[in-house]
Design a protein around this ligand. Structure first.
Ligand SMILES: *Cc1c(COP(=O)(O)O)cnc(C)c1O
Length: 403
């Protein structure tokens, strides 16, 4: 059985870094602990020459014009790059924009992008409805594909191999070092949606070229911000990404960036608690006769569990489970409606617990665990785990009564 330390150690270790990030210099006259807020579109310069000189520094996280980011956004970018282990980061308006911006930056008409079947559905819709219109070829691979299978799906024009680990709703943990070897052997970039693994999976140390974050989730942490980030690890990629982001008008408002920076300082301790509770609740569910399978990377039931043990230093607050197929979708929906401690709503990573049905809401080209029975996804917040378990226990009695 997975110990609590295995799911919390990465978060506990990260806290020392998180508390030091984005702290202003201490001046002789004294300084507040946190970054001051700067709002502004126009930035004024003493001379035209100064303005032109500053304009050339667009790759250096400088303050030039509000549409190219404010000082708070640039501090957030530096903080995210440190946590991800990359060199530079671009903050954008949402987690989805963090997926679409690099896809637009690193793909050209006539090229091919290979996506995992478990990719976040809005990313899939963007590929189908926008990238295809611009003559980018799109195809999918099973998230647990072997090296041989994947090699056979790569094409001479494949320039982006996309990954998301664990996969949306179905939680397949992907073999990122293997994917990196295949991408690089085919002269393609490996792009990873690392939202679940932020802080507990080091993308660049495992061969990723471009790492994506929905800052909406763990970093902001209070369900009141929408923002995203794209991190890279070399100058060529940074220039291409930054120019594309500017040309698309991609940025995040200073208030959202400030709230995300504030959230980052407590992310380690929040997620350590949430990861421990999530493990405890998943262990309780695993022993229930109504449950067929736990979709949590720390459980052997979860596809890619061994890879998670090898590559991650912790686990997150989000997991899924599949009910035995003797239960109807309708009975599961009655159970969800009966829960008092779990909010019904999109997103995750905040301080509060959430529930969503996942079966019947996802598109898959290949068979997946979701087809085995009604399934749902839990986001575990900061509530006491015993209270959440008591709520799930009454929910399961509703499930049985309604079946
Ligand atoms: C939520 C999420 C996104 C999108 O983030 P938004 O800020 O809601 O646009 C992207 N990828 C993953 C894996 C997510 O969970």
């Amino acid at each position: 059985m997975t110990s609590e330390t295995t799911v919390t150690q990465g978060w506990d270790k990260l806290s020392s870094t998180l508390t030091r990030l984005a702290r202003p210099e201490i001046l002789p006259e004294g300084s507040p602990v946190n970054m001051p807020m700067t709002r502004g579109s126009t930035v004024l310069f003493p001379t035209l020459k100064d303005m032109q000189k500053q304009g050339q520094k667009r790759f250096d996280h400088e303050y030039i014009y509000g549409a190219m980011g404010t000082p708070v956004q640039h501090e957030l970018e530096k903080a995210i790059a440190v946590i991800e282990g990359g060199t530079d980061c671009q903050v954008v308006s949402s987690g989805l924009a963090a997926c679409t911006t690099p896809l637009l930056a690193f793909l050209n008409a006539g090229e091919h992008c290979l996506l995992p079947d478990s990719v976040y559905s809005p990313t899939r819709r963007f590929a189908e409805n926008v990238l295809k219109r611009f003559s980018v070829e799109i195809s999918y691979y099973p998230p647990s594909a072997s090296a041989e299978e994947l090699g056979s799906l790569m094409q001479p024009n494949t320039r982006v191999l996309f990954a998301e680990s664990p996969g949306s709703h179905t939680f397949e943990v992907q073999d990122i070092p293997m994917l990196a070897r295949i991408a690089h052997a085919h002269d393609a970039r490996l792009m990873l949606d690392n939202t679940w693994g932020f802080g507990i999976f080091a993308p660049f140390a495992h061969g990723v070229d471009i790492s994506i974050q929905a800052l909406t989730k763990y970093p902001s942490g209070h369900s009141d911000v929408i923002a995203g980030a794209v991190t890279v690890a070399n100058t060529e990629d940074w220039h291409l990404l930054r120019d594309t982001a500017i040309q698309l008008g991609q940025l995040a408002g200073p208030d959202d960036c400030w709230l995300t920076l504030r959230g980052l300082h407590t992310m380690g301790v929040r997620l350590s608690h949430q990861a421990r509770s999530a493990l405890q609740i998943a262990q309780w569910l695993k022993n229930r006769p109504e449950v067929a399978r736990i979709l949590h990377p720390a459980f052997p039931d979860c596809p890619g569990h061994e890879i998670w043990k090898r590559d991650f230093t912790g686990a997150g607050s989000l997991f899924g489970f599949v009910l035995k197929n003797t239960f109807s979708q309708k009975a599961m929906e009655a159970m969800i409606d009966s829960l008092r401690m779990f909010g019904i709503g999109a997103s995750w990573g905040g301080y509060e617990s959430l529930v969503l049905p996942t079966s019947k809401s996802i598109t898959r080209n290949f068979p997946s665990v979701e087809t085995e029975g009604p399934a749902m996804r839990l986001q575990i917040g900061l509530e006491a785990p015993e209270d959440l378990i008591a709520d799930l226990e009454q929910g399961l009695s509703v499930l049985k009564a309604q079946n």
